[in-house]
Design a binder for this molecule. Sequence first.
Ligand code: CAA
Length: 382
Amino acid sequence: MDFKLDKAHQLQQELFRSFAETEIRPIAKEMDENEALDLDMLKKAAKYGLFGIPYSKEYGGAGSDTLAYTLCMEEISKVDASTGVTISVHTSLCCSCINNFGTEEQKQTYLRPLVDGSKFGCFGLTETNAGSDVQGAQTTAVKDGDDWIINGSKIFTTNSGFADTCILFALTDRTVPASKGLTAFIVDLKNTPGITVSDNIERMGIRAASNCIVTYENVRVTPDRVLGPLGKGFKIAMTALDTGRIGIAAQALGIAQGALNEAIKYGKERKQFGKPINAFQNTQFKMAELQTKIDAARLMVWRAACAEDNHEPYGPLAAMAKLMASDVANQVTRECVQFMGGYGYCREYPVERMMRDAKITEIYEGTSEVMKMVISGSMKLK
Ligand code: CAA
């Protein structure tokens, strides 16, 4: 067992860090205030290969692995969690579905432009009345000749404001439970009549990320856009979420480490009672505690990523990593705001944004309560 990154992963980590520092840090505050990502920056990130890290070079990806992808998520989210989730949803929710369940033709046609970064992807699963309870989905796809006609609406679809490709889940059989009646489709969001994308939903955190309601009204899709077998949509979604949760855990880790780094920097300069506040033992003990929690979360994230890379079962490990890292992100960001006092609460410093951003990591891609369902379900308690 080796807890150190090998040379190749260290180099990738440096590349991700350098991109985050030079291209994202200077605009992170502005993107949050404008509630919009800088699309030029995203295109640059795509050129750097950040949108296809774990995918084969055969399809235009970087040919790396899930561990490298978590390093990217951590480094980017240290600086800006909105950019983090954008990469995450594209990579693990959208691309993984096609990579794992697509035909060779679908991979060439739809996966290639996603992993080489020329197109952006999203994932349409959640509905107004089907959040944690995915089986409550109501969107339907009804056969018309060879084609399918889709009707329904999806909410909280990250990236949908600018994405080209959506993995959409719709019921193709209403006579069976949704776990057997949902089917996945690859939908062209920009060029298909009947699709409406709302304005960005106003949110507390990750405000720069795109997150909209997508409505499908008599949307016709051809049979070549069915992804995987009919009725296997629930399992396709769950498989994508298993890997997606590793990405969100790494995002939470990045938010936590980013906030702690900011607090340490501040505490070296801020003087109270005649000395820098980092010189107080109370501060030193607090920093030690927070870094220990972050390191524990990091080991769990890496464990889940390595399990996926080694083709071992990783769903419950991903859920544990997300449960732990999202809790740590919320604790750490709250403590960092508290440590920096009035300045921590001001928009001038990034920790207040990080505290707002951290909250969602306990909610999306499965709430902490859903993570406990997944973990306890793997424990043979009955
Ligand atoms: N992989 C493969 N199959 C799985 C699976 C997995 N991880 N989890 C369950 N299944 C299978 C089960 O084995 C079962 O199969 P059989 O019927 O053949 O036995 C079937 O799926 C149904 O399983 P359950 O009875 O356990 O399903 P459930 O209805 O009780 O739901 C759940 C389980 C864990 C709560 C699931 O619904 C879930 O994960 N909910 C959370 C959804 C979620 O994370 N949503 C986030 C959406 S994306 C997002 O956040 C927005 C964004 O863009 C960031």
